[in-house]
Design a protein around this ligand. Sequence first.
Ligand code: ATP
Ligand code: MG
Length: 799
Amino acid sequence: SGPDPEDLLAGLNPQQREAVTHSGSPLLVVAGAGSGKTRVLTSRIAYLLAGGVHPGQIMAITFTNKAAAEMKERVVDLVGRRANMMWVSTFHSMCVRVLRREAKTLGLSSNFSIYDADDSKRLIGMIAREQELDSKRYPPKQLGIHISNLKNELLTPEEAAERAGNDMERKVAQVYAAYRRRLVDSNAMDFDDLIMRTVELLQNHPAVAEYYRRRFRHVLVDEYQDTNHAQYVLVRELVGTETAESGVAPAELCVVGDADQSIYAFRGATIRNIEEFERDYPQARSIPLEQNYRSTQTILSAANAVIRQNPNRRDKRLWSESGEGERIVGYVADNEHDEAAFVANEIDSLVDRGEATFNDIAVFYRTNNQSRVFEEVFIRLGLPYRVVGGVRFYERREVRDALAYLRVLDNPDDTVSLRRILNVPKRGIGDRAEAVVAVHAEQERISFGAALREAAKGEVPALATRARNAISGFVELLDELHAVAAANDVAETLDTVLERTGYRGELEASDDPQDATRLENLTELITVAREFTEATAAAPEPADEGSPSDAAPDAASADAGDPGVEDRDADLPADDSLSAFLERVSLVADADSLPESGDGVVTLMTLHSAKGLEFPVVFSGGWEDGVFPHNRALGDTTELAEERRLAYVCITRARQRLYLSRAMMRSAWGQPMTNPASRFLTELPEELMDWRRVEPADRAAPQVRSTWGSRGGGADRTGADSAQARVAERGMRSTSAKGWKDTIALKLEAGDKVTHDKYGLGTVVSTEGEGARATATIDFGASGTVKLMLIGSVPMAKL
Ligand code: ATP
Ligand code: MG
């Protein structure tokens, strides 16, 4: 049964076949964008399965959960449902899975919380305050970045302390030590821990390492150029070496990547991992892929023209059979509104002419805040769109509060979550009481949660009676909710939490219009929970070990040889449990919220989220020095090289058509800025370009054009201010000339959607007054709630 392995090779070119069928030594595929690296990985898995490898022996690592799901789906299409038993996931998800199974070995309980950047910043903030560090000199965020870097290098607090050469490094090491201890006390791990603790687990517990090495005989990694040192070591530990004492032969390792697409150096990614693969794995086979199947020759030539300017890179030959294709459309807009209008109109006419569907189209930008202007125009023209990673639903205060309650119910030791909700809504547990309990926890070396329980029982003498009573009430409430959580699904539990804590009641009673939005978000979170329960009930994940009839003989014996297997899985949380839900929510990455194909929407996203994807039509805006390349990179060759790789990633996402635009003037931090063309744009050969609009000669005032750029900072702009103001004025006038700001004699009512020049998208909460006194109170989300006059020329339009 199953497909013939030979059939799976049909359609692959000779190098791809070689990569798919290679066995016996580690394999490195380094090749340019669109050359089929991901496809090789997928085909290789299918080929292994068709050749009799048990799916439980395969581990594949992708960059996003979404990519993992897609890869699994494709393999299922090729070889059938049993492929579901493979482990295909991101590094983080894979580590969570291992750590939950092995929690006992590490002295953890399997329901540990996962702290994201915000949680970890809070905890570091608490520690820094306790250590009385000056928050100006040692901002928690900065400390957090340093600690994260240390963890990515697998350095312990002790090692960090030994190496510390200056005051900052010594403070970092000191905070890191406390932070690490507090995470353990909280039964929590941050993202970097997930990797580091897994490495420690494998290095310090040979029996555990041997179990995984026996089990996973094939390890495959996509986007290898973006692995950091810790991930690199993790892969080595998983695969094992020839000299491993256990006598287990190393697993077959296959990694694919492209050094020119390394864009996560800020997270510690290092292309050293690619560059030195052959040294690290002396038997490694390296196979290049040279045919690009994604893009037209024009698009490839443009990508090469840009990336060629980077120093110290290996040049790659990449060719395409797809023909020359259309030239790249260039557009110089007056300002960002004009730019967005151009993009929207062009999309509209492409779809009108039947040359593309909305699904085919993506709009990329350098930073998230650039999406707003595109959204405004899209809404106005009625173009369907979706922003990837822009909404940041899980970062909203009320969503985090609600999740904090769930986390405390799941893991009573989770200090950060517990302290977050301790007095939310207000229940008479003030800062002083919190501090007293925290000191008690620290003195007794118990978790904050345990200290809280002692306080409730009157065992913390320093506490006032009133505070003690409030704490008792809170502890009772948590116990009650705990019972609710044990007997109900996540949505039901969440609903009860919001009710019994009074959280919902407080928002309902409020007349702050933002609280209405908060209520909607909480309802949305309940929907997320309900969908989660339904999805897990509908499609239970097949058991890891598979049914006996499905198991290949060696896989079965490997498992039988390890008496720990049964226990390992018995400890895991059920698929529909609170733990599983929280884990899912914690591991959502920006790029995971991609629209399903078939939705009929244009995709808006940052360049970083676009990695690995492809679209027939790509628009990319903001090709200006100071925007892209980012201002920070202008005077820094390392950062500039990374920005250039980002440009390469951008261009190579496009299959048939590419549009690159820039605005001569753009508002940044509420100020008009005049930006010169991106140097990347000027590196594109003219014959590849079809300029729809160039910079009008009369606007190219040189003193204005040099405001950013070579000076590498743009901090000192005074000399050009008056010229800028003139351009700013002209820009403004040209916007209004296009008539997109209505003079409002508008009859707005509560619930109407509007767009405002300064505040962005908003919802009318209420209106007051008549005629010249008419005002509206409008909720602009993150920009706040504002009361505005409705008469005269208001820079606002009703949608
Ligand atoms: P990136 O560097 O952007 O991650 P990649 O090297 O992973 O790109 P893929 O995404 O695997 O490239 O492939 C690019 C496109 O080319 C996909 O649409 C894929 O289906 C197609 N493709 C790859 N190999 C072949 C082939 N042999 N025949 C036809 N199409 C192919
Ligand atoms: Mg790929």
